[in-house]
Design a protein around this ligand. Structure first.
Ligand code: T1G
Length: 695
């Protein structure tokens, strides 16, 4: 790995940040940059200095892997690198392309001037890692672009493009051509004109009604970021920039950063960051296998999933052929897709040209022969094994021998589907989550016969769709739905023992879940859970199943789709309202079984539901269905509303201590749940060895 290096373009020194893959500011890199800045300052032949990034980034920020290690605090820290640039007596120009994020943007803010290529991604995303910009960003960005824009960027962590942020005052120039050439010419111009060195620390924070701005942002953060400490502290730091002299503001920022970087939430969010990236590294898959070119993708079945997948494909610029044997279903699917893009245009999330481009990519037909040119076919028909096998047989009659075939099944046996195929090696599972054009998770199911080529094609599709692809083996429910079954089992049993559905939902939502289990099942459809319980109670009779959910389904209470499930819903509303009829059915079911009622507290609700996830995750890990514990965390955080600031079920168990997890599960295993909460062998093993799930 190389680090920064210094070249001379006549009387302009060029310091190139060079720490692949994103020029992260490791201690060695920081030291090298400071040494080159000082050397350029001392060199009488140098009249100006340009900082530029090698490869695909100016700089992606501090080296996150150094956090909570001595290297992160070893001087020069990132703030000092920015201060060195700012303190020089010669003009220092940051030349930005592709990415300037976190400490990388803060380094650029310490420079006297900034130029950029168009399309660069500019962000202070630290809040997404549970921290805040700790190298002067909260103090300099408000002075560069004004308090409002800076506050939006720092609290959201979201990027702006270089050309969008330029008018706010961040960049002196957007350079269309060769960035280095343009930056050197700009630097020489600054030197020739003897321009004053622009030091942001000497400038005021711009904006009106700043106290109102801070107050309103605080209210918005309190509503939107429950459970996340960092956003509110970001507001505090920008308020310090407004109210305090620069150096006091910097001290406040540093103190706040050091507090946040030690929080459990930040450690969990950093785990989630790296876990998503680790998921793309698949054991026993030759990294040189890149998968098929994807020029055309076909989707079979224009229902909710099929049309959602078609939207996701067209949004990613892929030509898609959507077929359905039933003309009415196809028409409904197409109408759903067109409505989605029309709504996006109405809401300003898509421009008419983008809508037209997407519509041009979409072909809908009842003729299955239209899939002949597809490189990949995704089956999204009714969740029934016989139906799927029949569809695959018809698909194979129309496509090339090398076309990859994927089933979108949410739990059925991919090996059984593949076994019915003439070429099982080309078959895999691509489990999309509804709505497929919104949810980031994609479970990529690797069958026994799935070839590396087919698997690599699934991973490439996930990247193309900007989804998080997690490879899993074949089992009932793969990773997420298999764990969900154990989570729901506890939730249903808790109600049988005396908890109300609303108490269960509220306990888990207070703990951080986006939606409690019963509101979630009312939305997904109680009938879906009913069908799965019917199948599993036959396949696994040894496990206890609560009966009251079946009583509600027998009464036709499927949730929002029927206006009533566990809760009642007014027409057109998703508000979960109390429903005495549901309470009556539950009480009758419990009475008929003679189950003694008791007071069930929120702590027990959370513990049994959350640890049931980690316990089943341990079995999934032990069976090799998931390659690593962090893949399980990624599935549950990105696909099932597990709070990201708690890292995922396996990370949470690690944070609790696996010996405590074993002890808590054993304390419940003696009750009615029997072996459903008895600790999994791998959990007991890791706890006894003092190890963690996430190594
Ligand atoms: N530190 C360490 N590794 C990093 C990294 C970072 N800042 N950014 C990326 N990587 C690794 C990543 O793990 C992956 O590794 C590889 O680079 C490619 O990443 C003082 C304290 C920059 C937009 O939060 O958002 O500065 O898997 O797959 O899609 O105030 O990476 O190959 O082993 O994501 O092209 C603030 C985080 C840090 C930006 C590029 N900065 N990075 O996206 O590639 S805190 C961030 C990203 C900070 C200061 C504070 C993205 C990217 P591997 P990738 P990409």
């Amino acid at each position: 790995m190389t680090i920064a290096h210094l070249d001379h373009h006549g009387d302009v020194a060029v310091i190139t940040l060079d720490n692949p893959p994103v020029n992260a500011l490791s201690h060695a890199h920081r030291t090298s940059i400071v040494n080159h800045l000082k050397a350029a300052e001392a060199d009488p032949a140098v009249r100006a200095i340009v900082l530029i990034g090698a490869g695909d980034a100016f700089c992606g920020g501090a080296e996150i892997r150094e956090f909570n290690t001595p290297a992160a605090l070893a001087e020069p820290i990132t703030r000092q690198v920015a201060e060195t640039a700012e303190g020089l007596g010669k003009p220092v120009i940051a030349a930005i392309h592709k990415v300037a994020m976190g400490g990388g943007l803060e380094l650029a803010l310490g420079c006297h001037y900034r130029v950029a290529s168009p399309g660069a991604s500019i962000a202070l995303p630290e809040v997404k890692l549970g921290i805040l910009p700790g190298a002067g960003g909260t103090q300099r960005l408000p002075r560069a672009v004004g308090a409002k824009a800076a506050l939006d960027m720092i609290v959201s962590g979201e990027p702006m493009t270089s050309q969008a942020i330029a008018p706010l005052g961040l960049f002196e120039q957007i350079i269309e051509g060769d960035l280095l050439e343009g930056a050197v010419a700009f630097a020489r111009q600054i030197a020739d004109r003897g321009m004053p060195l622009r030091r942001l620390r000497e400038e005021p924070v711009r904006g009106e009604n700043l106290s109102d701005l801070i107050a309103s942002t605080r209210e918005q953060v309190a509503r939107q970021w429950r459970g996340y400490p960092a956003p509110a502290r970001c507001v505090d730091a920008v308020e310090a920039a407004i109210k305090l002299p620069f150096d006091e503001g910097i001290r406040f920022e540093r103190k706040t950063f050091l507090e946040l970087v030690e929080t459990a939430e930040s450690r969990a969010l950093r785990h989630a960051f790296f876990a998503e990236r680790a998921a793309s590294k698949v054991p026993r898959l030759d990294p040189s296998v890149r998968g098929h070119r994807l020029d055309t993708v076909a989707v079979i079945g224009a229902g909710t999933m099929g049309s959602g997948i078609a939207i996701a494909l067209a949004n990613a610029g892929l030509p898609v052929v959507l077929t359905d044997s039933d003309a009415a279903s196809l028409a409904r699917g197409r109408a759903h897709i067109e409505r989605a893009w029309t709504t996006a245009v109405e809401r300003g999330r898509l421009d008419p040209a983008g809508q037209a481009r997407r519509l041009a990519l979409l072909t809908t037909t009842t003729e299955l022969a239209a899939i002949a040119s597809a490189d990949l076919v995704i089956e999204a028909v009714y969740e029934d094994m016989a139906v799927k096998k029949a569809v695959f047989e018809r698909i194979e009659a129309h496509v090339r021998a090398d076309t990859i075939l994927a089933t979108n099944t949410s739990s059925l046996d991919v090996d059984a589907i593949a076994a019915a195929s003439s070429n099982p090696a080309r078959i895999l599972g691509l489990h999309f989550f509804s709505p497929a054009n919104v949810m980031r998770l994609l479970e990529i199911v690797r069958g026994r016969a799935t070839s590396d080529d087919a698997l690599a094609t699934g991973l490439a599709l996930a990247r193309r769709l900007r989804k998080v692809g997690v490879v899993c083996g074949v089992c009932d429910g793969f990773i997420g739905n298999r764990m969900l079954e154990e989570y729901l089992r506890q939730a249903y049993l808790l109600v049988e023992e005396g908890a109300t559905p609303r108490a269960v939902d509220e306990a888990l939502e207070a703990w951080g879940f986006a939606m409690g289990p019963f509101r979630m099942m009312d939305m997904a459809g109680q009938d879906i859970g009913w069908a799965i319980r019917k199948r599993l109670s036959v396949e696994h009779p040894e496990k206890p199943y609560a009966q009251w959910p079946d009583r509600l389904c027998e009464a036709g209470r499927f949730g929002q789709k029927t206006g009533a499930g566990v809760y009642r819903y007014e027409p057109g509303s998703r508000d979960a309202l109390p429903d005495p009829e549901a309470d009556r059915l539950i009480a009758a079911s419990v009475r008929a079984q003679g189950i003694a009622q008791r007071v069930v507290g929120a702590a027990e609700i959370v513990e049994r539901c959350v640890l049931a996830l980690a316990n089943e995750g341990a079995r999934i890990l032990d069976e090799g269905i998931a390659a690593r514990a962090s893949d399980i965390d990624v599935v549950y955080v990105t696909g099932y509303g597990f709070p990201r600031y708690r890292g995922g079920p396996m990370w949470h168990a690690d944070a609790m201590g696996l010996d405590s997890v074993v002890e808590r599960l054993q304390s419940y295993a003696t009750t009615r749940m029997g072996q459903t909460l008895s600790p999994a062998p791998l959990l007991v093993q890791r706890a006894a060895a003092g190890h963690r799930f996430n190594t």
